[in-house]
Design a protein around this ligand. Structure first.
Ligand SMILES: [Zn+2]
Length: 95
């Protein structure tokens, strides 16, 4: 299992993947991407049905229409495509 940091939609994410199976295992919750803060964000639903992401460390606030699970779902697809591209010509990866 390996992982990497990925910045997407104003947030930082940790993407864990299984290199042998070329499969994304897990996408983390949203982290603060400001000035290398990397703190896990608090998320709450606003009165207007939007989502407020707030950093407990530096108090950065970001509003989004998408929930964290929506983003994770999108990231899973993006990371999956990235794995396929990266390992397309890798003939020694166990396959
Ligand atoms: Zn922060």
């Amino acid at each position: 299992m390996a992982g990497y940091w990925y910045e997407y939609a104003d947030f930082g994410w940790e993407i864990a993947y299984n290199i042998r199976r070329r499969k994304v295992e897990e996408v983390s919750s949203a982290f603060c991407s400001k000035d290398n803060c990397k703190t896990k964000l608090n998320i709450r639903r606003t009165f207007w049905g939007r989502y407020l992401y707030k950093c407990p460390r530096c108090f950065t606030e970001i509003k989004k229409d998408e929930s964290v699970s929506t983003f994770r779902n999108m990231l899973e697809k993006i990371a999956d495509a990235e794995l396929k591209r990266t390992h397309k010509n890798d003939k020694n990866s166990g396959y």
